[in-house]
Design a protein around this ligand. Sequence first.
Ligand SMILES: CC(C)(COP(=O)(O)OP(=O)(O)OC[C@H]1O[C@@H](n2cnc3c(N)ncnc32)[C@H](O)[C@@H]1OP(=O)(O)O)[C@@H](O)C(=O)NCCC(=O)NCCS
Length: 160
Amino acid sequence: MNVRPAKAGDLVNIQACNMQNLPENYSMRFWLYCALTWPQVSFVAEDHKGRIIGYVLSSIEGGGADDVPLYGHVNSLSVLRPHRRRGLAKRLMELSYEAMRTVYSAVYVELHVRVSNAGAIALYTKALGFSTVKVDKKYYGDGENAYIMRRKLKSSKRDR
Ligand SMILES: CC(C)(COP(=O)(O)OP(=O)(O)OC[C@H]1O[C@@H](n2cnc3c(N)ncnc32)[C@H](O)[C@@H]1OP(=O)(O)O)[C@@H](O)C(=O)NCCC(=O)NCCS
């Protein structure tokens, strides 16, 4: 298994992986926009034949006139079922937010997760140190609430 930065040429396979794993699907235009605008913060995992088995697709937000600092946003994360519980999602997330911190000086990383998605919530809280900052009511198309979760990105290894 290999984990590497995502390229525009991966997007069709990333989208296929997304459609197998999640009800939240994005247009190819959105995938392309993220991959071209912030190419350093999205990653894929591939198997020994080069097939995509997981991805994280992230963007950089904030930094506008409203005093919100630059921060990273994880738009979508998934790993194909046969390859789960091998540390792939954790690795993809860590690479993404390390790039957010070093390339963009992002202050924190944020994401939305369904309140019923116990597996992902365990990944974010237990394995990656995220905390819930807010509940976004009816965030999802089917009316389910989302937790907004955040993890601070510290500036040096020493103060982690
Ligand atoms: C959530 C998801 C991305 C996790 O991927 P993964 O590669 O299996 O996760 P990892 O192997 O990196 O897990 C690391 C740790 O997170 C926790 N964790 C991950 N999945 C878990 C689950 N289903 N139940 C409980 N804990 C879980 C565990 O602590 C795990 O460590 P362990 O296996 O040593 O116990 C994957 O299950 C998935 O693609 N789900 C469908 C899509 C989805 O829900 N995406 C997130 C949307 S917000």
